[in-house]
Design a protein around this ligand. Structure first.
Ligand code: HEC
Length: 234
């Protein structure tokens, strides 16, 4: 709640500001039998996040052998995902992630690098992670910040691909704006970094293959969208 990357809120202020919203005062009373505290706010957020599940996507129904769950083009996209395009080497399992870290050579986003707020946030995180040269840092060191092991330089977690149509822009820094750009990026064999993963190779996808893969990602892995109407916080 305090992280500048997340809510950037002072906790004393957060408690007071939430207490000015009658709907939250009542809801905390009903659920916790007491007033709003930072601990209860954290518990409420955690409980809320556990309800945000992606389920019953066309891919889930296809895997349950429901006929016609995926369109024929989406099925062609799934075949590419599992085969020629090699996506499932890293995006596999129930959430389409191997839960590992890889360097894909994702380019830095020049616009973000010029934004002093992004730079200050990146340097703040580097500083509290004990990175000695944090003031001259321009590139995002990725997992290296946590492990300080050179093999982790610019590696990032494989993200789940459930609901990916709704999570643009893509990659850790949002450098790729659309699913088309992501597919073109993989088709080129990833970025220029000499230390990028050896799993990435130019794919030689045809235009039809790119469209099938996009159709699968855009429509095949999205489930029912939850509608949320939270009370307004001043
Ligand atoms: C070597 C492992 C690997 C392979 C192979 C791979 N990915 Fe990824 N994928 C990743 C990692 C790691 C990231 C996160 C990179 C980052 O944040 O900079 C990612 C990110 C993505 C994202 C962005 C998700 C988001 O929410 O930002 C999409 C979409 C994606 N991959 C689709 C694919 C497709 C389609 C293929 C096949 C053409 C593929 N991936 C192949 C590891 C892989």
């Amino acid at each position: 709640m305090m992280s500048p990357f997340e809510m950037n809120r002072n906790l004393d202020y957060l408690e007071e500001v939430l207490k000015t919203v009658p709907a939250y005062v009542e809801a905390f009373q009903a659920v916790f039998g007491g007033e709003i505290t930072r601990q209860r706010v954290a518990m409420a957020i955690a409980a809320f996040e556990r309800t945000l599940l992606s389920r019953d996507t066309p891919l889930d129904r296809h895997l349950r052998r429901e006929p016609g769950a995926l369109s024929s083009r989406q099925r062609a996209g799934l075949d590419l995902f599992l085969g020629k395009a090699g996506c499932a080497m890293c995006h596999n399992g129930p959430n389409l992630t191997d839960e590992q870290f890889h360097n894909l050579g994702v380019p830095e986003d020049p616009k973000a690098q010029e934004d002093p707020r992004v730079l200050a946030t990146a340097r703040f995180v580097a500083k509290v992670s004990g990175f000695p040269d944090y003031r001259t840092l321009r590139d995002d060191p990725g997992r290296f910040l946590v492990t300080k092991d050179p093999v982790d330089w610019k590696t990032f977690a494989t993200p789940p691909l459930r609901e990916v149509a709704a999570t643009a822009p893509y990659m850790h820094n949002g450098a790729l704006r659309t699913l088309e750009e992501v597919i073109d990026f993989y088709d080129r064999g990833g970025g220029d970094d000499p230390k990028k993963s050896p799993l990435l190779k130019p794919l030689g996808l045809t235009r039809e293959e790119k469209e099938a893969l996009k159709d699968f990602l855009a429509g095949g892995v999205s489930g029912t969208v939850l509608e949320i109407h939270p009370p307004r916080v001043p």
